[in-house]
Design a protein around this ligand. Sequence first.
Ligand code: NAP
Length: 282
Amino acid sequence: MSDHDERPLLAGVAGWPILHSRSPVLFDHWFRVTGIAGRYVPLAIRPERFAEVYGVLPHAGFRGINVTIPHKLEALRLADEATEAARAIGAANMIRFDPAGRILADNTDAYGFIENLRQGAPGWMPASGPALVLGAGGAARAILHGLLAAGVPQIRLANRSQDKAEALADAFGPRVTCVPWSARSDAVNGATLIVNATSLGMSGKPALDISLAAAPAGAVVNDIVYVPLETPLLAQARARGLRAVDGLGMLLHQARPAFRAWFGVDPVVDAALRRACLPDAA
Ligand code: NAP
């Protein structure tokens, strides 16, 4: 943060709808523990108004915003500059406005995903073997980028709609191979990391129907769904003695680079933050 930056310590999260977002609670916790007198506000922006409001925020004192559904693609498209991560993932979730009003787009979901794995499964080694990723939506794109950048040698990708998995495999190159959705339980064999990036297992949705019986001992199982915190997949992993990592930490860690960029301090993800941000239904 520049000493000469005259802007208020102001940021927010743009989405539609936005009232469910945990991000204001998360940032308020960090403001309390760091003593930074910042403000982080929910910004309810209709899709048809996004471009207009996005262009104005840098001139209203905002240092940046997080962007969530449905604005992540537009936030990237309309930015003046974008990081390599945002371009590779094809979406932006963290925006910096420089003092001159330029819009700089980044994506910190891959970072949040990897940091959560490192914290939740200490000693996890990306190069230790193939990963199995289930799902081919927006979150899966970030996860593939994060895993490949971290050095995972091979990713098996399974999705209900095979065409979407194939499109992702094409986009991310030869280290990603598609596995038929019907073969997902077999694809667990030899996988040292298994990730649910579908919305299955969320409260109100059916469980992810997969058997972890063939998973190697010591495999890490991560569910990015965090409502509930303990999904049926994680319960199955624990019952098998595998290492289980829940999805809340991905949400918390993806926010750290934003706090650092806007307010100049690297905040901590710890048990107190997790308690503060636990979803009501968790
Ligand atoms: P998305 O783009 O809508 O993708 C949804 C994925 O779930 C697709 O792969 C879809 O398969 C699959 N799916 C949905 N219903 C299914 C069903 N009945 N059977 C099989 N597959 C099904 O959503 P997203 O943004 O990637 O998010 C996915 C999940 O991750 C959500 O629950 C979201 O809350 C969670 N998430 C968590 C974090 C975090 O920080 N922890 C971050 C982002 C997202 P098809 O392609 O076949 O439709």
